[in-house]
Design a protein around this ligand. Structure first.
Ligand SMILES: Nc1ncnc2c1ncn2[C@@H]1O[C@H](COP(=O)(O)OP(=O)(O)OP(=O)(O)O)[C@@H](O)[C@H]1O
Ligand SMILES: [Mg+2]
Length: 433
């Protein structure tokens, strides 16, 4: 009988319970330099060692995935090699070549993949015992949809590590917002890393002093909030300071105006507003994707508000391939009739943004119902050009654009019926359909 031996490795103490016992999913998120990559890299090798040496041995692959990988140098390859070589008994078990890592006994082999390009070939990978996704913030929901059911060996595991950026990233939604069944995970920051290097400590202190806006995101694992480059951050900050973000009730005596940003294969966003005197009350917000117009009509009905106007972007009149009908005609059949439809004029985006800014100072937001919409307005930003290190003059298309666009259509498309309200500079184009 093989004699059991004990070997020890060192981990940041907060990660010890994450790797103890069994789990389908193990994860860790947090700021820079917290030891996530090194520790998970090391533990993949330990797991492989345990599987390869069990009786009978378990044979299979350890898949190290990322969203983007052009070459091995963009992958976790070097990290895993370094981790293996730091522990003599792991070094004796694995053969680390220039382009491969596999166990000498042939039981365990590592593969490295960029999911954006090779998602389909992932499906055909056999015997994945463990998949570790590092830098997972960028991973798309679609990549998870394919990946997770592919890792299907008995007792196989999925490990995920990331530096949080957006509350709405697929990774955050899947592993932090709704914690998966049978999972173990923890937040890890620089102070949890017993080996936090001096060189990073210097950078950290400099960031704290010179880039306080970014500090919480970089070092404490907070979500990234853009202030520079954000179109509406100062108006939204003013709304917060003036207590215009809080509880806003639905006024039964006033009709609701709904504005839409209709996504095709993308998210659709809806703002629900009431124009009360000179104030604009944002009472609700809704966003979804992958469903037809009927779904949104049902959402409107279920909300139970009394509607006065439906504001749509100008492309609502375009006839769709296949049906030959415009979305406006489809909506009419679903009960949203032309007499209540307003079509936002086709303005330059910058002109629309100016109108939003003017309107924001009159806005009151219901904090609970409009949570995501408010986040969209806060994070609607210029596109960042990483090569030129400048902000481009156009908006970045990301999760925040849908809510921000629907809000822009409200600002430019709403047809005033209240004399106290400043008339937007527009003509209603209704009737041109
Ligand atoms: N087990 C270890 N032994 C020795 N040094 C370690 C160990 N774990 C972490 N370190 C040191 O801490 C540094 C940061 O670790 P690591 O790269 O794993 O952090 P991270 O959380 O992945 O950071 P980032 O967010 O930047 O990707 C490493 O470069 C290394 O210097
Ligand atoms: Mg890392």
């Amino acid at each position: 009988m093989k004699k059991k031996t004990r070997a020890s490795i060192e981990l940041p103490p907060k990660l010890v319970p994450v790797f103890a016992g069994t789990a389908r999913t193990r994860f860790s998120y947090g700021g820079r330099g917290s030891g996530k990559t090194r520790s998970f890299a090391l533990m993949t090798a330990v797991k492989g060692y345990q599987w390869g040496n069990s009786i009978p041995p378990r044979k299979g692959q350890i898949l190290c995935a990322r969203e983007f990988m052009n070459s091995l140098s963009d992958s976790s390859f070097e990290e895993i090699k370094t981790a293996i070589q730091s522990i003599p008994w792991l070094d004796a078990y694995y053969d680390c070549g220039e382009k491969y890592i596999k166990s000498y006994d042939g039981n365990i082999s590592y593969t490295f993949s960029g999911l954006r390009r090779s998602l389909d070939s992932i499906k055909s990978k056999a015997r994945i015992l463990l998949c570790w996704v590092d830098e997972a913030e960028a991973l798309s929901g679609r990549a998870y949809d394919v990946l997770i059911p592919t890792v299907r060996e008995v007792d196989s595991e999925i490990w995920v590590t990331w530096n949080p950026e957006s509350k709405y990233s697929a990774t955050n939604e899947r592993f932090r917002d709704k914690i998966p069944h049978d999972s173990k995970g923890v937040q890890l920051n620089f102070r949890d890393n017993p080996w936090f290097p001096d060189v990073l400590e210097q950078t950290r202190l400099e960031d704290k002093e010179q880039r306080p806006d970014m500090y919480e995101h970089i070092w404490e694992g907070s979500y990234l909030v853009y202030t520079e480059g954000s179109y509406y951050a100062s108006e939204m900050r003013r709304a917060r300071d003036e207590d215009r973000i809080g509880k806003v009730r639905y006024d039964r005596g006033t009709g609701v105006v709904v504005s839409f940003d209709l996504g095709i294969g993308d998210s659709t966003a809806l703002w629900f507003a009431q124009f009360v005197g000179t104030e604009v009350h944002l009472i609700d917000y809704y966003e979804a994707s992958g469903v037809g117009l009927e779904h949104y009509v049902k959402v409107l009905q279920d909300r139970g508000y009394v509607y006065d106007q439906y504001v749509f972007p100008h492309d609502i009149r375009v006839r769709e391939l296949g049906s030959g009908k415009s979305r406006l005609e489809t909506l009419d059949q679903l009960g949203i009739h032309a007499d209540k439809v307003e079509i936002a004029p086709q303005l330059l985006i910058d002109d629309g943004i100016q109108q939003v800014r003017a309107m924001l100072d009159k806005c009151f937001f219901d904090e609970k119902n409009c949570e995501k919409g408010i986040d969209c307005l806060l994070n609607y930003q210029r596109d960042w050009d990483d090569n030129g290190k400048t902000w481009r003059m156009r908006p970045n298309h990301n999760w925040a654009s849908h809510g921000a666009d629907a809000f822009r259509y409200l600002a430019i498309g709403y047809q005033p019926y209240n004399q106290n309200w400043d008339k937007p500079l527009r003509r209603n184009l209704k009737g041109v359909v």
